[in-house]
Design a protein around this ligand. Structure first.
Ligand SMILES: CCCCC/C=C/CC(=O)SCCNC(=O)CCNC(=O)[C@H](O)C(C)(C)COP(=O)(O)OP(=O)(O)OC[C@H]1O[C@@H](n2cnc3c(N)ncnc32)[C@H](O)[C@@H]1OP(=O)(O)O
Length: 384
């Protein structure tokens, strides 16, 4: 769903909002600035990189102000996420004169033009896939690969990770499996735009299918039969943190942080963390994280038992991969049977917890608290 949203924006923000270009040819007396405005609109279509939702909302708002004046449209409903974010952006401009809006639009587009694009941030993506799966020396590496979006997990990525885990659990050449992130983040958790592209069944359908996918996804971690290691290369948020309670070892860079801002998002714990976190760190510390959204440093998470070991960022990759290569040479069947012995008594409980958490979230995703939080994120009124 997120990919679809981005693709829609990438075509052109103006195509998304459905404006016919001819609408702009209005007055001969405004031709000079009108021409700049039209050129700017064409430049937007030629942008090589998606400028991001915040900029696109600004462009949209300035475009509307420049062509129609102040926003006097009725406010879209709560569930109409995208139109509500656009309405908010346009309405926030107030009574800015049309000509100023036109000039601001032209200036903003020029700051995004190809020359400034080339001096901007470059994504270091080794491939275009959002999840990259590689196998070497008995190690299957599942790497989240959306560094520009802080490795936020889209619906498609959940499905790809799930399929990769299923395949690697049956692959005799794969001894240990690693989940990691490309770029500065491990993962910013669930992609918040997963909830914004509404199917015909509306938000209820999104919540229902999301809850089923979440349950299947987490079940796969509960049942994974071989050693599962998290290589936490940077900050982790939401589901990227909670799942760690189901891993067999968690190695973290000292740059990593661990944040579960569920309450702030109007949401509740998932990934079995309502059970694993109190068990790992005791209820008092688990509640600080899962209810109050306290962010832990890597060393704090290690002291609480969520992280196995912390490494200096400068040597993190080298040290961790050297260790994992050695572990992958250990007898695989002995490791698998030991894991089964350690984990099997908990499995039934974990599946029941996962089912409960997924059902609770289905309800949360329909709540006003959650919708407001997502709208706020999309319109960038607040950051965590
Ligand atoms: C099947 C469904 C299962 C659902 C399971 C439910 C899980 C619950 C959770 O995981 S809750 C956690 C959700 N995550 C968040 O709330 C994090 C939101 N992101 C942020 O707060 C910030 O982006 C940040 C703190 C992670 C990083 O801030 P920073 O200022 O360093 O960077 P930017 O904000 O500019 O981010 C760069 C671009 O990345 C996009 N992005 C980052 N995280 C997400 C995300 N979780 N969802 C969607 N998009 C995300 C961000 O929008 C920027 O994109 P842009 O350049 O296009 O604006």
């Amino acid at each position: 769903m997120a990919a679809r949203l981005v693709r829609r924006w990438c075509l052109s923000p103006l195509q998304v909002v459905g404006f016919p270009v001819v609408q702009l040819h209005t007055s001969r007396t405004m031709r000079a600035s009108q021409k700049d405005f039209e050129n700017a609109m064409n430049q937007v279509k030629l942008l090589k990189k998606d400028p991001g939702n915040e900029v696109k909302l600004k462009l949209y708002a300035l475009y509307k102000q420049a062509t129609e004046g102040p926003c006097n449209m009725p406010k879209p409903g709560m569930l109409d996420f995208i139109n509500k974010a656009k309405w908010d952006a346009w309405n926030a401009i107030g009574s800015l004169p049309k000509e100023t809006a036109r000039k601001n639009y032209v200036d903003l587009v020029s700051s995004l033009s190809p020359s400034s694009e080339s001096s901007g941030r470059v994504d270091k993506e080794p491939g275009s896939e959002s999840v990259v799966i590689t196998s070497e020396d008995g190690i299957t590496k599942i790497m989240l690969n959306r560094p520009a979006q802080k490795n936020a997990i889209t619906i498609q990525m959940y499905q790809e990770i799930l399929s990769a885990l299923e395949a690697t659990s049956k692959d005799d050449n794969s001894v240990i499996t690693v989940l990691t992130g490309n770029g500065d983040y491990y993962s910013s958790g669930n992609d918040l735009t997963n909830f914004t592209n509404l199917p015909p069944g509306g938000i209820e359908e999104v919540a229902k299918t999301g809850s089923i996918l979440l349950r299947d996804f987490v079940d796969c971690f509960i049942d994974f039969p071989k050693p599962l290691i998290a290589v936490v290369n940077g900050p982790a948020v939401g589901i990227a943190v909670t799942l760690l309670g189901l891993f067999d070892a968690v190695y973290a860079s000292d740059r990593a942080t661990f944040h579960t801002p569920f309450t702030q998002l109007g949401q509740t714990a998932e990934g079995c963390s309502s059970y694993t976190f109190p068990k790992i760190m005791g209820p008092a510390k688990a509640i600080e994280m899962l209810i109050f959204g306290k962010k832990l440093t890597a060393h704090e998470a290690c002291a609480q038992g969520l992280v196995t070991e912390v490494f200096p960022d400068s040597t993190f990759q080298k040290e961790v991969w050297a260790r994992l290569k050695a572990y992958a040479k250990l007898p695989p069947n002995a490791m698998r049977i030991s894991k089964e012995l350690i984990r099997h008594n908990e499995k039934e409980k974990l599946h029941a917890v996962n089912a409960e958490e997924s059902t609770a979230l289905q309800g949360r995703w329909l709540s006003e608290e959650c919708m407001n939080a997502i709208i706020n994120f999309l319109s960038r009124k607040s950051k965590l």
